[in-house]
Design a protein around this ligand. Sequence first.
Ligand code: SF4
Length: 110
Amino acid sequence: MERNISRRAILKGGLIAGTLVPALGLLNKGRAASAIPPLDSKDPTANALGYVEDTTKVDNNANPTHKNDQRCDTCAQFKPSAGEARGACNIFPGKSVANAGWCKTWSKKS
Ligand code: SF4
């Protein structure tokens, strides 16, 4: 009996998570970047990925493949916000990143 309740609780939790996670992503899509809090470069994930607000400030010794044309606004993960200096990023949901920013997961927008 207890085993059934656990299984049910797990299924219920999975259904809720499966519904909420995409819904939270949709909330960001309609928001102007200025309405989304900026990503703090001291955030542990941002720090681990070497996020900076200005790609020209990247330490090229520590990131030898970095080039200054690698900016958030040329990255496949970036969602621009028209007329704004910031946009959303798939890697940092709920936070805005600078158009001129960069992190180690940069990949060229196709
Ligand atoms: S994944 Fe791309 S858009 Fe997001 S912070 Fe890194 S470089 Fe910028």
